[in-house]
Design a protein around this ligand. Structure first.
Ligand code: NAD
Length: 360
């Protein structure tokens, strides 16, 4: 239950006087909000107060690779207690790696020797969670990592309980994991569509339901939703991916209104919408106008955004100025801009993507 102190009572038939009074107050506050936003845009990060994440438990889903791995390492450097989740054949109900312990070999695993088999099955260059833990360990940080298939609701709830028991309350939840198949609608098989929905959006419901109540209890928390520019503009060969990323926007915005409407202003929510990132997720794609973003820079920008308690983080920022055009311009003009100038669909035709990891 969200409970909390609800803002006001449901609107009754308002008098003209009430509407005028509320509108005037809104206009006055808007001047303040615009000036505040301009001010903070001009102040460099080094000079502005940023939330410290030291000692906070930060859970990163999809922390085994790409942006998630960068986030995990960078958050550990800031003194956060980092927990990463990722998929592996070892089985979602089995916690393959519990909190890493310093030992003569580095990390201690509790996988009964199935690590090698899992790594072979993954067809990835190496076992991804292991790589994240080792990278952090080499810098002197311990990261707790759990094998979880986010497409499996019960596994997500079970892993959430394990994290609470073994590590403690999660302060910052970063729903980062994502998957893409990159096929046109008629070539997408039904199970691929279902997997995309389960990983890219449904898992957000399970993780937030698992961790939000403790955030409310302790009056501290931050929920980060990783969407995509493909969740702001429909993308070729992404009927499933784009749709789930549009859903992340609705999820974040609705959750934000629920938190604020119930007076939980101390719980922050950030939506991150990056353009293509050079992680291999969209391997083969060659965007025409802008180069792909680098995962290190995306992770830095995300962490800064979290530390500033920003509600929206679109990368690169220039994209936010293009978005209103899609509502303002005639549809034919938008399509012409998309395929003639930006060559968006043509570049997605080169999509190769990454091999998929089998879930537990
Ligand atoms: N790469 C891009 O161009 C791009 C652009 C915009 C947004 N994004 C989004 O950013 C986020 C991170 O993307 P990335 O580029 O780092 O991708 P990535 O493929 O490098 O990493 C995603 C991670 O999620 C994990 N994962 C996938 N399915 C899982 C499951 N069922 N259970 C648990 N873990 C699972 C993968 O194993 C992987 O480690 C994703 O949400 C993605 O949709 C990516």
């Amino acid at each position: 239950m969200l409970e909390g102190t609800k803002i006001g009572s449901p609107p009754q038939m308002a008098s003209i006087f009430d509407i005028a009074k509320d509108t005037l107050l809104f206009l006055l506050l808007s001047c303040y909000y615009i000036l505040e936003s301009l001010f903070w845009t001009l102040v460099p990060n080094a000079l502005r107060p940023m939330k410290s994440l030291k000692g906070d438990v930060v859970l990163v889903t999809g922390g085994g690779g790409g942006v998630g791995r960068q986030l995990a390492i960078k958050l550990a450097r800031l003194g956060a207690k980092v927990v990463v989740w990722d998929i592996n054949k070892g089985g979602s109900e089995k916690i393959l790696v519990t909190i890493s312990r310093q030992s003569s070999e580095g990390l201690a695993y509790e996988n009964n020797g199935s690590l090698g088999a899992a790594a072979r099955l993954s067809r990835r260059p190496s076992f991804t969670l292991h790589k994240t833990c080792v990278a952090a360990f080499q810098e002197g940080y311990n990261i707790a990592s759990y094998v979880v298939d986010l497409a499996d609701r019960e596994a997500v709830y079970a892993a959430a309980q394990k994290v609470k028991n073994e590590i403690g309350k999660v302060d910052v939840l970063i729903n980062n994991a994502g998957t893409v198949f990159g096929e046109t609608l008629l070539d997408l098989n039904d199970s691929a569509i279902e997997t995309t929905y389960k990983v890219n959006i449904l898992s957000h419901y399970w993780t937030v339901k698992a961790f939000l109540p403790d955030m409310i209890k302790t009056k501290k928390g931050h929920i980060v939703t990783v969407g995509s520019v493909a969740g702001l503009l429909g993308t070729y060969r992404c009927t499933d991916y784009s749709a789930t990323k549009f859903a992340t926007v609705g999820f974040h915005e609705s959750l934000f209104t629920e938190l604020r409407a119930h007076g939980h202003n101390y719980i922050h929510a950030t939506l991150v919408c990056p353009y293509y990132i050079n992680t291999g997720m969209f391997d083969g794609v060659t965007p025409r106008l802008m180069p792909m973003l680098e995962p290190e820079n995306v992770a830095d920008a995300m962490i800064n955004s979290i530390r500033k308690n920003e509600v929206n983080c679109i990368m690169p920022a220039s994209v936010r100025y293009l978005l209103p055009l899609k509502c303002l311009l005639p549809a034919k003009m938008c399509w012409d801009l998309m395929h003639r100038v930006m060559k968006g669909p043509q570049s997605m035709m080169q999509f190769k993507g990454k091999p998929k990891v089998a879930g537990g």
